[in-house]
Design a protein around this ligand. Structure first.
Ligand code: ATP
Ligand code: MG
Length: 295
């Protein structure tokens, strides 16, 4: 679904730009509302008074360099971390006070791989169906439906350690879809995949978006993906949101031939900083752990 570009408006404050989306027809309900959302790790403020509104039915991209605070924001939204200040609600339900209700409405593909390599694809999805309280009677249909939606019916009986990277990511999407979520949260869904596998994953997500009335919140470091698939994006840097808007309008605000890469650089400084290096080390450790587990 594409929104009208709307009229750009600069919010008060030195470095935050908000581009209002003017929606056709009736106003939509908010799928996600973050107000003053804040999280600190010790003295380090990872998420710093974030205000964010994602409308139902949108595909929304949270963009920013390593260490910007994207995953920490998502972990508060998915109830895995409790906000230290401010609040986040999903479809009108407060995540801190009613975490179980929020969890039931969310499908989450984490940044780290979450499939068990020693189980079959089908067993992994069944595990999630049980975790997410899919009623026993509906479970079989939901599991097969999720596997089919991600093109994994034929491979479903094989152990995951025989899957390619792209198939594993699609399996994790099937896991996230098994409880028919209203909000699908994808933290770097295509990281580490080759260009063909990336396109493949996105085609499955796009097909899904056509058939299900679902809101999608995603992070990615691939600006081409954000440009193609997101209705709106937010640029996050050092814990705060620096700009929000449609990719088209954010690009237009920088100049005629600006790309989303230019937008990213403009709002995030485009330089490596200490956090980036920390993020790199963390990512390498994660990749090694994952490789050990899957190998
Ligand atoms: N468990 C933790 N303990 C201490 N600091 C953490 C922890 N998790 C994240 N941080 C720090 O919080 C900041 C935000 O991290 P976060 O993982 O949210 O960033 P991100 O935008 O998701 O980055 P990436 O693009 O690398 O995934 C970083 O400075 C990071 O080092
Ligand atoms: Mg992250």
């Amino acid at each position: 679904m594409q929104h009208d570009a709307g009229t750009p408006g600069v919010t008060p404050g030195a470095s935050s730009t908000t581009v209002a989306a003017v929606l056709p027809g009736e106003p939509r309900r908010n799928a996600v509302v973050c107000s003053g959302l804040t999280y600190r790790f010790g003295a380090h403020t990872a998420v710093d008074h974030v205000d964010l509104r994602i409308e139902q039915g949108e595909t929304f991209g949270l963009l920013g360099p390593n260490g910007a605070g994207k995953t920490t924001t998502i972990r508060m939204l998915t109830t895995l971390l409790r906000p230290m200040e401010g609040s986040v609600s999903v479809l009108g339900i407060d995540a801190a006070s009613q975490p179980m209700r929020v969890r039931r409405m969310i499908g989450y593909v984490p940044q780290l791989l979450s499939a068990d390599a020693t189980l079959t694809g089908r067993e992994n999805v069944e595990l999630f169906a049980r975790l997410f309280d899919v009623p026993r009677r509906a479970r079989r249909d939901q599991v097969e439906g999720a596997l089919a939606a991600m093109g994994l019916t034929e491979a479903a009986g094989r152990q995951v350690k025989t899957y390619s990277g792209g198939m594993i990511r699609r399996l994790e999407l099937a896991q996230a879809l098994v409880n028919s979520p209203r909000l699908l949260v994808l933290d770097e869904p295509t990281v580490g995949l080759d260009p063909l596998a990336r396109t493949d994953v996105w085609e499955f997500i796009a097909k899904l978006r056509e058939t299900a009335d679902m809101t999608v919140l995603m992070t990615t470091h691939y600006m081409d993906e954000a440009d193609t698939y997101c209705d709106r994006v937010a640029l996050m840097h050092r814990g705060s949101i620096r700009a929000t808007g449609t990719p088209g309008l954010l690009k237009a605000m920088l100049g005629d031939n600006a790309t989303l890469d230019d937008v990213f650089r403009h709002y995030t400084g485009g330089t490596l900083d200490e956090d980036t290096e920390t993020g790199g080390i963390r990512d390498v450790r994660r990749a090694r752990r994952t490789a050990r587990r899957l190998g």
